[in-house]
Design a binder for this molecule. Structure first.
Ligand code: SF4
Ligand code: SF4
Length: 154
């Protein structure tokens, strides 16, 4: 039986991604650079705990050194036009502790709305879209739901 959460996800009948979605990260680092609406990397309290532990500093120090705040949201500082944790090789310096928003990309609710969005602006940002490993429709929705719950928990 569908849970109440199911109604919060994009419901297309039949789901355009019923047969699953392919995604394979090429480690290009593009999603960690500025590109319009995908610029901000939000940091939840849980993310803050993980990130500060990874860098072996206090949460307060991580917050003041690596984060900015706007409208009640906390997000990672930028270094020029990219995330402060993107290294010179295009890799994440805090990969194991990266924020939920980073670890659940590209299976976000807004990205699953339509094939046009998935294969359009999302693919344009992320060359790993439609490549490599197949993620089932159920798993894609589970990850999208996790991401929504993470936002709502803030
Ligand atoms: S843009 Fe896509 S392929 Fe490139 S690093 Fe990000 S997730 Fe990986
Ligand atoms: S935390 Fe890591 S994965 Fe997330 S945007 Fe920054 S460099 Fe990229």
């Amino acid at each position: 039986m569908p849970s109440s959460k199911d109604s919060e996800l994009p419901q297309v009948d039949p789901r355009w991604y019923q047969d699953g979605l392919r995604f394979d990260c090429t480690a290009c680092g593009n999603c960690c650079r500025d590109h319009g609406e995908y610029t901000y990397v939000y940091v939840s309290d849980a993310d803050l705990t993980k990130l500060s532990a990874e860098l072996r500093i206090s949460e307060d120090e991580f917050d003041s050194v690596h984060c900015d705040h706007e409208d009640g949201w906390r997000f990672l500082k930028r270094s020029g036009s990219q995330c402060v944790f993107l290294d010179e090789k295009g890799l994440c310096k805090v990969y194991e502790a990266r924020p939920k928003q980073c670890s659940t990309w590209p299976f976000w609710k807004d990205n699953l709305v339509s094939l046009d969005v998935w294969s359009g602006p999302v693919k344009k940002c992320c060359p790993g879209i439609n490549e490599g490993e197949l993620t089932s429709a159920d798993d894609a929705e589970r990850i999208a739901r996790e991401t929504e719950d993470w936002y709502e928990g803030e």
